[in-house]
Design a protein around this ligand. Structure first.
Ligand SMILES: Cc1ncc(COP(=O)(O)O)c(C=O)c1O
Length: 407
């Protein structure tokens, strides 16, 4: 008899963005004459930077000629891309990361989801609340969480991110083995200082724990004091894995390219207490289950680091941050307490009501603007909404005009 993985039954049935889509569809069916503006889901709207497009075209031409055609590439990514990442994203910022510690992939979602395969079933996992749902759901599927009661899984440790702690979680009171951190944060837009990240690195070192550091929104950091990488923190190379993505940096959400850094010094332990190299394990996993990102896409990603690519991708994130400023200014003007939007593309807004979905419905029905209810990201998100800066200037301005009119 074929048995199912019954952990899947513990997943919360409704997926946040499916719920939102259902409500928007119902509203549109009832009001076909109204145009809805979507500032909910975090997908980019601007086209690929010209430097990436040119590099991809050139690579496609190479694939069209017998002399330059390429078949399977190295699963870990081509050296030209790994070298460019190591030099520009790490060494240029004083972070010691070698090219062969970088694993190129088709997305930070897959990587943050798949990495947990390397760890034991009995470990204690800590997640921020509110949280990017992938961290939680993949551990549910793997059987590490227990059942869900009143919106929380019994065996997960939740790290509250609230106005009181500036949306940067305090160290846990009980011992944990695996810690998910995401800065700049989705959904709050918050960033962590050098001192705050140092405290986490020290915690991980003292407790033989591991930090999974999701830096998918690194390109939006403007405050020069804020670290871009966990490896800017002393001691992190032994206790942290970092995830990055070209999705938001360079508009690659539909093109697909990302990477994970696993330093060769990073370890986990056997039950007997022996150390095991996580670089070796991830290399084994990656080469067994993944066959590499396509050559034209890797060439396009490499172009992000060219002089023109750097200038064009900076212009992209500047554009979304200017949208974020319009959203911040409007909502602050209307009297809402908020955070984010200065070093990240999301603005996290206290609605002043206890119910995020009520506020969501109010904005949809009165202003025809779609946002994301904070409660969808966890219990600590109740009473908040997330507004995404990913849209055209015209739509963001129109959305803010409508919100001003109705609130
Ligand atoms: C925190 C965070 N990590 C990872 C991802 C996924 O990135 P990718 O498009 O590379 O899969 C997202 C996308 O929304 C995200 O918000």
């Amino acid at each position: 008899m074929i048995l199912v993985n019954e952990n899947y039954a513990k997943l919360q049935s409704s997926y946040l963005f499916a719920d939102i889509a259902k409500r928007v569809k119902a509203y549109q069916a009832a009001h076909p004459d109204q145009t809805v503006i979507r500032l909910g889901i975090g997908d980019v709207t601007e086209p690929l930077p010209p430097a990436c497009v040119a590099a991809m075209h050139k690579a496609v031409d190479e694939m069209a000629a017998a002399a330059t055609f390429r078949g399977y590439g190295p699963e870990q990514g081509y050296d030209f891309l790994r070298e460019a990442i190591a030099a520009n994203d790490y060494r240029a910022r004083g972070a010691a990361v070698d090219a062969d510690e970088i694993f190129v992939s088709d997305g930070a979602k897959c990587d943050t989801a798949n990495i947990q395969e390397l760890f034991g079933a009995k470990i204690t996992v800590a997640v921020p609340d509110p949280v990017y749902p992938v961290y939680v759901d993949t551990n549910v599927m793997a059987g590490r969480t227990g059942a869900c009661r009143s919106g929380r899984y019994g065996r997960l440790v939740y790290l509250p991110c609230t106005a009181e702690n500036g949306y940067v979680p305090a160290l846990p009171e009980q011992p944990v083995d695996l810690i998910y951190l995401c800065f700049p944060n989705n959904p709050t837009g918050a960033t962590a200082t050098h001192a705050q990240l140092s405290a986490w690195v020290q915690y991980a070192r003292a407790n033989k724990a591991l930090i999974l550091f999701d830096a998918a929104y690194e390109a939006f950091i403007r405050n020069p004091e804020i670290p871009h990488s966990i490896y800017e923190i002393e001691g992190a190379r032994e206790v942290a894995i970092e995830f990055r993505s070209f999705s938001k940096t360079a508009g690659f959400t539909g093109t697909r390219c990302a990477f994970t850094v696993v330093p060769k010094t990073c370890v986990a332990y056997t039950r007997a207490g022996d150390t095991v190299s996580l670089h070796a394990l991830w290399n084994r996993r990656h080469t067994t289950k993944f066959n590499g990102v396509s050559y034209p896409v890797q060439r396009a990603a490499e172009a992000v680091y060219s002089a023109e690519g750097r200038q064009q991708t900076r212009a992209l994130s500047d554009f979304y941050l200017a949208n974020a400023k319009i959203i911040r200014d409007t909502m602050a003007d209307l009297g809402f307490a908020l955070t984010g939007g200065e070093n990240g593309p999301y603005i996290w807004i206290q609605t002043g009501t206890r119910d995020s979905w009520k506020f969501f419905d109010r904005l949809l029905e009165r202003a025809q603007v779609v946002v994301t209810p904070g409660s969808g990201f966890g219990r600590c998100g109740e009473g908040y909404i997330r507004i995404s800066a990913f849209n055209s200037r015209v739509r963001v301005e129109e959305a803010m005009t409508r919100i001003r009119r109705v609130l």
